[in-house]
Design a protein around this ligand. Structure first.
Ligand code: MTE
Ligand code: MOS
Length: 720
């Protein structure tokens, strides 16, 4: 069945219609084409040869004699005019390590050839001599420059840093306080576990390099790798294939595969395919940043007078998107609350670990977990109800944000608190330590790129092409499971007053579509959806003119300044807001937790498609509950201990049954039909709600996640 058109009688689609997801049938029937399904004539295969140590010099690389048609591709194959660097945000990530390695899994070369079993044998025969050095692995190792500074010129391992402040100087606030409540809260690595592993194919067509990739951002790939050969972007064509989940893990990381393949393709000039197996994907791809947040909260007469936060993220060996992830973490560092005085400092620490990168929430989940948990602990310390305590500080329209901007919208959280969960009754009834507990967390997520990023950096475009009574959407935004194709076609059809079956939106090809910016930061429905709505409004007015094209560019509303040099101003025009509530029962003998119910309410402006939003809520909350409760990705000597889905355990619906959800509408003036971003929001709070519930059930406190039974057992040793 074609995903584009159908022969059903055409009825105009409305935003409120409940429709079948446009990619559902193809995916369910196994007809959707993923990179690993593609075989081109004379297909060659590639495997990565990676560093097996975390830090050291490469003394020699011993490559066995290669049979004809087999290649070892390395930094030496980058032509003289090219540079051995990938251009993500900075240009620090080397395509191939040359004389030294910075982390386990760093790409050193590729073995390429026609037969995969021969390649595996050759790969095993490649021997690398290293002179090992002591690696810095943890944030603390990084701070203390274990093994020596990664940036000798600065004599430090600080890769990126920023701060924002509001109100009076913190030392004054601390001096006047009755007490300063201090805690260090830590969050771990998290693996994306997208069901489709990272994969890409390189090929040549009419003298141009063509890539088929499982990726979120086809235009990012082009920009990132062109410098390797010093060629214009237009000499590289990226075609996204069906992408089986991404969650941020395919935002910049596909550049690492495609960059290496480009160097190989330039030499070999045959189609080359590289598909990671699950073990490679688990051990040798980007992860969520671990964090360490030191919060110091000043209290006077039982009230918070100021919040100080020192936030560290473990960036790994290259910057990747860390600076932007850290910014979002810092900007969300006061949660959904307004405090008169606050100082938040963020430092991205370089270590000899696989670089960290985007993961649903993009830096916000770490600080939101920390502030929410910290405030709960402070409330218990003061002997008051945590939710009542936090409610006093709830942000409202007009409040000054941590970046000296303002909350532009009405905050609906008070009316979203107790939807069906019966929170207030249960919170009073279940006594601390009784074995049963109900926990609650409040959170938000700033939609789209921070500050003037949309206007100054991305400058997104959208184009519609009308042919007869059919319309093709031509944008570079991608479907990765979040339901974007359905939402976007629905917006377009509803605006034009035609059927969704008359709208075509294919997986983007960079040579055919306009750049609508990365599919990240929950910006696609909110920003690109709005562009398509505008282009469709224009098209509708001229509908009778025959075949034509409309194209629009992003316009930033006036009156919301942002200064990227000082991080002052309106970081976000609109936030999604959420409440998650979790009820648990803990077996005090085995420390096993049974989840009795999960309730959530999310304010997302407007649901473009309720079924899709429902899917996002269920999935995002489950992913967050896994993060808080069971997902363990431990590190030993710079290596991840968990290697596959059999030892990296993610939750299923059996672990967290009975999800109830509520969608709160509050139309956003600059989104399509009033919609805001929501794909990441739904991740941002359930982990804190879960920890709160377990803490109350056992009358104990946790300052790090996850909290599997063994962590609960450890915590209970300290309860008397
Ligand atoms: N949902 C599914 N099923 N698969 C994904 O890869 N990615 C998440 C989220 N939901 C993801 C997902 C991330 S990281 C982002 S940024 C948003 O979807 C993107 O949503 P958008 O289409 O609104 O930009
Ligand atoms: Mo999402 S982490 O911004 O791809």
């Amino acid at each position: 069945m074609s995903e584009g058109y159908s022969s059903k009688p055409m009825q105009a689609t409305k935003i409120g219609d409940r429709i079948v997801r446009v990619d559902a049938v193809q995916k369910a029937r196994g007809e959707a084409v993923y990179v690993c399904d593609m075989t081109l004539p004379d297909m060659q295969y590639a495997y990565m040869v990676r560093s097996t140590i975390a830090r050291g010099r490469i003394k020699a690389i011993h490559v066995p004699e290669l049979p004809e048609g087999y290649y070892f591709i390395s930094a030496k194959d980058i032509p003289a005019q090219g540079k051995n660097e990938l251009w993500m945000i900075a240009k620090d990530w080397r395509c191939f390590a040359e004389d030294y390695v910075l982390y386990v899994g760093e790409t050193i070369g590729l073995v390429v050839g026609p037969d995969r079993s021969v390649l595996k044998r050759l790969k095993a025969q490649i021997k690398i001599d290293y002179e090992e050095q002591t690696p810095a692995v943890t944030i603390d190792d990084g701070i203390h420059c274990v093994g020596g500074p990664m940036f000798p010129e600065k004599n430090s391992n600080v890769m990126c840093e920023l701060f924002c402040e509001k109100g009076r100087p913190m030392d004054e606030v601390f001096a006047e306080a009755d007490e300063v409540f201090e805690e260090t809260i830590e969050t771990p690595y998290q693996e994306h576990v997208h069901l489709e592993t990272n994969s890409a194919i390189a090929d040549m067509e009419d003298g141009k390099f063509v890539f088929y990739a499982s990726a979120q951002c086809p235009f990012y790939i082009r920009k990132s790798i062109a410098g390797l050969l010093d060629i214009p972007y237009d000499d590289i064509i990226v075609r996204q294939c069906t992408t089986g989940g991404a969650f941020g893990g395919k935002e910049h990381f596909p550049d690492v595969l495609c960059g290496a393949l480009l160097v190989a393709e330039n030499k070999i000039r045959k189609p080359i395919k590289m598909v990671f197996d699950r073990e490679e994907d688990t051990q040798f791809s980007v992860k969520r940043h671990p964090s360490k947040c030191i919060y110091k909260t000043a209290v006077k007469d039982g009230k918070i007078t100021g919040v100080y936060g020192h936030i560290y993220y473990n960036c790994g060996a290259y910057l990747s998107s860390s600076y932007v992830v850290l910014q979002r973490g810092v900007f969300h560092g006061n949660g959904v609350y307004t405090f008169d005085n606050t100082y938040l400092k963020g430092e991205g620490i370089g270590t000899n670990m696989f670089p960290s990168c985007a993961f649903r929430g993009f830096g916000a989940p770490q600080t939101l977990f920390a502030i929410e948990t910290h405030l709960d602990h402070l409330a218990h310390h003061l002997g008051v109800d945590p939710l009542e305590f936090k409610m006093q500080y709830l942000a409202k329209k007009g409040d000054e944000t941590t970046t000296n901007g303002h909350i532009i919208e009405e905050v609906k959280l008070p009316e979203m608190l107790d939807v069906e969960s019966d929170y207030w009754r249960k919170a009073k009834e279940y006594k601390p330590g009784c074995g049963r507990g109900i926990g609650i967390a409040l959170y938000n997520h700033g939609g789209a790129f921070t500050g003037n990023g949309e206007q100054a950096i991305i400058k997104a475009h959208a184009r519609l092409v009308k042919t007869g009574d059919r319309v093709s959407i031509q944008v570079g935004s991608t479907e990765m499971g979040q339901g974007f194709k359905t939402s976007l076609r629905k917006i377009c059809a509803a605006t034009l007053g035609v059927s969704i079956d008359q709208i075509e939106y294919l997986d983007p090809d960079t040579s055919k579509v306009v750049d609508s910016g990365p599919t990240a930061a929950s910006r696609s429905t909110m920003v690109v959806g709005r562009l398509v709505e505008r282009a469709a409004q224009e098209m509708k007015e001229r509908w009778s003119e025959g075949d034509f094209t409309t194209e629009v560019e992003y316009e930033h509303p006036d009156g919301y300044p942002w200064d990227q040099a000082t991080f002052r101003g309106d970081a976000y025009l609109g936030y999604g807001w959420g409440v998650a509530c979790v009820e648990v029962e803990v077996d005090k003998l085995t420390n096993e937790v049974k989840t009795l119910g999960v309730w959530s309410s999310h304010e997302i402006g407007k649901a473009i498609d309720e079924l899709i939003v429902h899917g996002q809520i269920n999935g995002g909350i489950l992913q967050a509950l896994g993060y808080g409760s069971m997902e363990k990705l431990e590190v030993k000597g710079g290596r991840f201990k968990q290697k596959s889905m059999s030892d990296y355990v993610i939750p299923t619906s059996m672990d967290f049954p009975k999800q109830f959800y509520h969608i709160q509408e509050n139309p956003y003036p600059w989104g399509p039909y009033g919609a805001k971003g929501m794909g990441e929001l739904v991740f941002n709070g359930a982990s804190a709600a879960y920890v709160d519930a377990v803490e109350r059930a056992l009358n104990t406190r946790f300052t790090s996640i996850p909290i599997p039974p063994e962590a609960i057992e450890e915590a209970m040793k300290h309860v008397h």
